[in-house]
Design a protein around this ligand. Sequence first.
Ligand code: CO8
Length: 258
Amino acid sequence: MSSDVVRCEPHSGGVAELIIDRPAARNALNRALTDAMAAHLARLAADAAVRVVLLRAEGEHFAAGADVKEMLVLSADEARALDFAGCCAALGDFPKPVVALVQGFALGGGCELVEMCDVVLAAETAVFGHPEVRLGTMPGAGGTQRLPRLVGMAKALDLLLTGRRMDAREAERCGLVSRVVPAGSLIEEGRRVAADMATLPGEVLRTIKRVARSGADVPLAEALRQERAAFHHSLAGAERYEGMRAFLEKRPPRFDAG
Ligand code: CO8
């Protein structure tokens, strides 16, 4: 399946690459793009052969945010009717690990996409920011909620209320970015991380993501209860027999797709 603005390239080994491909408009997120992304993600969520998604973008920039040309002509009623900004929920709700590769600008809605991903590799040249306030609007795809959870309220409000940009190193220090890598090796390094993750047991990967994310929204005691239940459940799985046996037999584990 392909579209003009988002391509999906399945790779052997359990990794699917989702590629934002609208570089002439700095990968601005128009409706066609977010619809295509949602359609791809729905298919990838259901595909048992896919364990990990690698999200990246063509061109010099990750994404310059929502498409301002589309937004300008949108009335508040139309935005509500279209569930504008809800269009990115498919990424936020995606059940499998998503590794994002960020080069150049990730602004506004582009930064919100990053905030929804699980492991974020940024090129040294990456720049993050929420300039929405400077356009007379505000984040609508989770920026005011996910960013403070990731980087803390002081840093988040600094970014959201000033619209200033931050570089990759600052983004790494404050917790938006997992790792900073040389720009020239971003794709290679991202593919290596995703491929390695895809050799790990799929059900356990999904459970860790689910429990880590859902636990952040409930009191600690409830989060720990959820973790314990998931941990006990994992002990009943075939994956742990293979992982533990392989360790004791001093051989690499072989986890079946799933
Ligand atoms: N929307 C539409 N078109 C854009 C956007 C955008 N966000 N960003 C760039 N473009 C277009 C430009 O209009 C231009 O088109 P044309 O060639 O037809 O004139 C082309 O891309 C190239 O742009 P620039 O000449 O500006 O390129 P530069 O390399 O000089 O600058 C920047 C790159 C810094 C990324 C610059 O383009 C920029 O500042 N863009 C706008 C960034 C911004 O303000 N983003 C926030 C948008 S609001 C938002 O994201 C709200 C989120 C709500 C939910 C989202 C759900 C999807």
